[in-house]
Design a protein around this ligand. Sequence first.
Ligand SMILES: [Zn+2]
Length: 314
Amino acid sequence: MPNPISRRKFLGAASTVAVSSLSSSASAKTALATTTGQTPEASPTAERIVDMHVHFDVTVPSFVSDLLKICGSLNLTACVLTPFSSRKIVAEAARQHPSQIVPFGYLDLDAPDVVQQVEEFHALGYRGLGELEFVKKPFNDPSYFPVYELANRYAWIVLFHTGIVLLKKFGEPEDVASGWMRPIHLEEIARRFPKITVLGAHCGNPEYEWAAEIARWNPNVFFDLSGSSLTKMRERLVDFRKIFWWSGSSWRTETPNNDPSAYSKIVFGSDVKLGEIESVVHQYQAMFDACDVPPQTRRMIMGGTLANMLKLPE
Ligand SMILES: [Zn+2]
């Protein structure tokens, strides 16, 4: 099983730096309740956030209770990306806290029993798969189709890692490469399996243009902006206008709420440790401000789109 800790530590440090440099521009109202730190409960006016990208941390025994505290303070619902070994703990937590925890199955597409794992996740009430990553072949390799066929039958959301991938240990051979997780591979999956909602993590970093174009033409494709992109581009967030360029044009396809904004193809995902989720919220808001993302689109990105897809209870 991949060790997610080193990545989370690395990304967490990166986003903390970014937030301190952006704090003056983090103005969106939705952050108000999260930034004061004065109340443990969410402000009644705080908009719900749905985070597509929360990795279950097997090394933290108090993970579920820690997460529930964050959910309360940020008015957050977390899609918890859960290793097969922890499937029952998270399934039970989701049953008890359906407004805060949505279970997603984290598995290795190359595992010999991957199809059985998918079926068991489904039987336990899981709502999708992800983050699929560290694959040994391109995402669109036909050997992975049995998994996608099941996900299509279940009309699941599937979160795929896209773009640059970490190296777990320097100086040792590793059978993993970014080129097998390019956003362009997601187009074939989205078209062959149209009942899957294909979510690409990290917006293809650095292949943002491919990611956005595939999202533009395929109603069932969305991306999150987790990872290093919002940090890397913090001084040039306006560049996202060039990537999500088609707002209001006749080129758009079907979007949530028929939103004409190109940014409606983005969803919120943090991919950091629990204590750092709020900093990623600020990073998203800084991008929204830089690109004049309309208020109703911000609400959909931060939670509305995923809440509708997942039919979340209040
Ligand atoms: Zn990833």
